[in-house]
Design a protein around this ligand. Structure first.
Ligand SMILES: [Zn+2]
Length: 106
């Protein structure tokens, strides 16, 4: 089946795709795999210790960019990182990631 109604050339991710992947994410969120992942209590991005109950599910490659709800594309992130990633342009996000890799000297 070929999708006939593509709105503009940039719309390469269909609504149906996002819907399906969101559904998959919902199932994964209930899985023992996710509970184990959260029990580590570490944010995938900033590596800080976060209470498991405060970790959120984040798609490393966002669904809107064609990322899928597969284990290798899902990370446990703190709310701060998740929010930041959502509202930050990709290159700004890369800068933030780099800044995290610098040893934090006090
Ligand atoms: Zn974080």
């Amino acid at each position: 089946m070929v999708c006939a109604s593509i709105e503009g050339a940039i719309a390469y991710v269909s609504e149906a795709f996002v819907k399906r992947e969101k559904q998959k994410a919902r199932i994964l969120r209930k899985s023992p795999w996710w509970k184990t992942k959260c029990s580590s209590g570490t944010c995938y991005y900033c590596k800080r210790s976060i209470p498991p109950s405060e970790l959120t599910m984040d798609h490393i490659i966002p669904l809107s960019k064609g990322g899928m709800s597969i284990k290798s594309n899902i990370a446990a992130a703190c709310k701060e990182c998740n929010d930041r990633k959502k509202h930050t342009l990709p290159f700004k996000w890369a800068e933030y990631m780099e800044s995290l890799n610098q040893p934090a000297e006090v």
